[in-house]
Design a protein around this ligand. Structure first.
Ligand code: HC0
Ligand code: SF4
Length: 577
């Protein structure tokens, strides 16, 4: 069984389309809507045109390769003049109502439409009418923006939100030239079911979906002599930013990120990993206390898209959420109290800037409970994409920078436990290491709790914490789809889990919705990034949060002990249904 693509003989596989066979055999056919990683072939862009001739057929026919099966004896031509002209016309029509302010687009230089326009040789867009390209821009969500003038109606976002995340906020909306993506009638993006997880952004081929750009605020801070800028970057940044340098996925670029932030002119460069260690001290204590009081089924609360999901979809579950703030927010409050005291800085001058692989962290930082006298603990959050943009704005070439290290004696050090927060199961593993010590006064043997590692959307494990606590049943959820059943079981009294970790993005923060985008692929780097996190843990001088000397100093000098009154004021919160 075989067919021919551009005269190459191809052995056929069952139920393959022309596009799949062409890819398998190295023949490029442009597409804009199809995305194999999420099993999405809507056939809406009409760009994957090819000529085919079947046995017994005189004239070749033009078909779309993505949804035409490849058949025995079929001859397929992908680069005839007719094909090239028709593909070019198709892209030209697609651009007729596509906002063409490419120079100012967040996707400039990494846009799939630009790539395909180049491939088909389009040099001028005859039918472009700016009036038609003026479609809805919805910026009602705190950190997320949807610009329909740039939508090409591929509907990848609808698919990932509905079937990947199980949130179902986005719908196919409008008719005729107003057809595109929207939210349900009467809602805005902000009031819709959307939880700002950003997974739709990772599959969008254009600049239609993204974060609200806040690089301008950061530039203001950097050039204001009265401001002391304190930067933090999340555990996942160091394993997800190497691609910006052209390095292999998963390369640890912590040192280059520190140098780049310093090159921007930051006053103090610190690490969210340090705050992850504080979270473990607080959350571990909170959990053990809860168990002691016979309370079970606590959920982690450090993922802000999960908090959004709980508030919007299951407000009754909020009393089950840990009161410990996320590392980002613990960092913010410590950086505006303890750090200025130690360094003799006026706290009113401090501006905290976070670099996160996440859009929902913008929502989190803006919450009323994380403000004191109207001043935010974390002043601005940049996604890793904005960080890349900021470096370009400031003319900083990452490749030319030598790596450097943290040099702050108060908040720059972290344990291996803090480092693994960014992968699914990491928060739980870090918590288990410290809770075991708190219960038994000795370290857990077999520190890598492999039972908690894995990739299934919902996993469970039983861990013996020893002492009065004994065995606890833990659940690890990543990606929101599987979370619904876990939450519903808890609410219905059917669950026997003691502690449940939820990360809204599949894989955890290593594949957060604020990461660099990969063209024509969904989450291609998860495993590599995760392996590097585990390697960082292995190489760490100390691997438990309670052994981090800077955390010990913070408690000795300032907080007293975990779960103290001061800790409550600075490191805990509560969610209101
Ligand atoms: Fe995460 Fe976090 S691990 S949410 O995924 O807990 O964004 O990387 O910064 O805050 O530490 C994101 C990543 C963080 C926080 C940490 C947690
Ligand atoms: Fe859906 Fe997440 Fe995109 Fe919101 S950000 S529309 S929840 S995929």
């Amino acid at each position: 069984m075989h067919a021919f693509i551009n005269s190459d003989k191809i052995d056929l596989k069952e139920n393959e389309t022309i596009l799949e066979a062409a890819r398998r055999s190295g023949h490029y056919i442009p597409t804009l809507c199809e995305l194999a990683d999420i099993d999405h072939t809507p056939g809406t862009c009409r760009v994957c045109l090819v000529e085919i001739r079947c046995e017994g057929q005189e004239e070749p026919r033009i078909v779309t390769a993505c949804n035409t099966p490849i058949l025995e004896g079929m001859e397929i031509l992908t680069r005839t003049r007719r094909v090239r002209e028709m593909q070019r016309l198709q892209v030209e029509l697609l651009l007729a109502d596509h906002d063409q302010e490419c120079a100012t687009c967040i996707r400039h230089g990494s846009c799939e439409v630009q790539d395909v326009a180049q491939f088909v040789g389009l040099q001028h867009s005859r039918y472009y009418d700016p009036a038609n390209a003026k479609r809805e821009v919805d910026s009602t969500a705190p950190g997320f923006a949807r610009d329909m003038g740039k939508c090409i109606r591929c509907y990848r976002c609808v698919k990932i939100c509905r079937e990947g995340q199980g949130v179902d906020a986005l719908v196919m909306a409008g008719r005729g030239k107003n057809a595109g993506v929207g939210v349900r009638t009467g809602l805005t993006q902000g009031s819709s079911e959307c939880v700002s997880c950003g997974q739709c952004v990772l599959v969008c081929p254009t600049g239609a979906l993204g974060e609200k750009d806040e690089t301008e605020t950061v530039v203001d801070y950097l050039y204001d002599p009265d401001v002391v800028t304190v930067f933090q970057f999340a555990p996942a940044i160091r394993v997800g930013f190497g691609e910006e340098f052209g390095l292999p996925a998963g390369t640890n670029v912590e040192g280059q990120v520190i140098s780049a932030i310093r090159a921007l002119g930051a006053d103090i460069v610190l690490d969210t990993n340090f705050a992850a260690d504080i979270v473990i001290m607080e959350e571990g204590t909170e959990l053990l206390k809860a168990y002691g009081e016979g309370k079970r089924q606590l959920f982690t609360s450090c993922c802000p898209a999960w908090i959004n999901f709980a508030e919007k979809h299951y407000p009754e579950i909020l009393p089950h959420l840990s009161s410990t703030r996320s590392p980002q927010q613990c960092f913010g409050s410590i950086a505006k109290t303890y750090l200025p005291e130690k360094m003799d800085i006026d706290p009113a001058k401090v501006r905290v800037v976070s670099i996160m692989p996440c859009i929902a962290k913008k929502d989190e930082a803006g919450r009323a409970m994380y403000k004191k006298d109207g001043v935010r603990d974390v002043d601005v959050v940049l996604t890793i994409r904005e960080f890349a943009r900021l470096l370009r704005r400031e003319g900083i070439d990452l490749k030319s920078l030598e790596p450097s290290t943290f040099d702050n004696p108060y908040m720059g050090g972290y344990s291996g436990a803090g480092a693994i927060f960014a992968t699914t199961g990491g928060v739980m593993e870090a918590a288990v290491r410290t809770m075991y010590y708190a219960v038994n006064g000795e370290e857990l043997e077999g520190i890598e709790v492999t039972a908690l590692r894995g990739f299934e959307g919902v996993r469970s494990a039983v861990v013996d914490l020893g002492g009065d606590i004994g065995e606890v049943k833990l659940a690890l959820c990543h990606g929101l789809k599987g979370v619904r059943a876990v939450v519903e079981d808890v609410l219905a009294g059917r669950s026997d889990f003691d502690f449940i970790e939820v990360m809204a993005c599949p894989g955890g923060c290593v594949d957060g919705g604020g990461h660099l985008r990969s063209k024509k692929a969904y989450l291609p780097h998860a495993l590599k990034r995760r392996e590097t996190l585990y390697e960082i843990d292995k190489q760490s001088n100390y691997r438990q949060s309670h052994n981090n000397p800077m955390v010990q100093k913070l408690y000795d000098d300032y907080l007293g002990r975990p779960y103290s009154e001061k800790s409550h004021e600075l490191l805990h919160t509560h969610y209101i249904a």
